[in-house]
Design a binder for this molecule. Sequence first.
Ligand code: 5GP
Ligand code: ZN
Length: 137
Amino acid sequence: MDDCIFCKIARGEIPCHKVYEDNDILAFLDTNPVTRGHCLVITKEHFQNLLYVPKDLLGKAMAAAQKIAQAEVASLGAKGVNILINTNEVAGQTVMHFHIHVIPRYDSKDSLKIDFIPRQISELNLPAVASLIKKDL
Ligand code: 5GP
Ligand code: ZN
């Protein structure tokens, strides 16, 4: 993936503020942090997004995200953490190389606002929706 920003970071062609690295995974600070210590965890290998990441690598990436979350609480004084994986443009993905956001939270009224606006339950046929999802698992 010649012109993928995160592939370039993984190859060391673009600098980053690295916080974690092993054979498969790299984690570094986001250049436009939502809060202090906002990190991105990526697979070194290019996958477009969550939908394409092999299970073993996904497990390794999530384990790294957990370690970083623990460090943010222990060392930065975060009171909590949001783990976020934007998947495809409609969900806010702008860099098309799989990444996990690890976002430390210090104050529930800080700059990150994740709103869940539930629809009226009566509009939804929950058993039918559950069946459709289960059919493809
Ligand atoms: P997305 O919207 O795709 O879930 O998140 C992409 C993230 O990558 C954004 O938060 C953005 O600030 C970050 N980002 C984009 N380009 C770079 C870069 O060159 N270096 C670093 N460290 N972060 C980047
Ligand atoms: Zn890439």
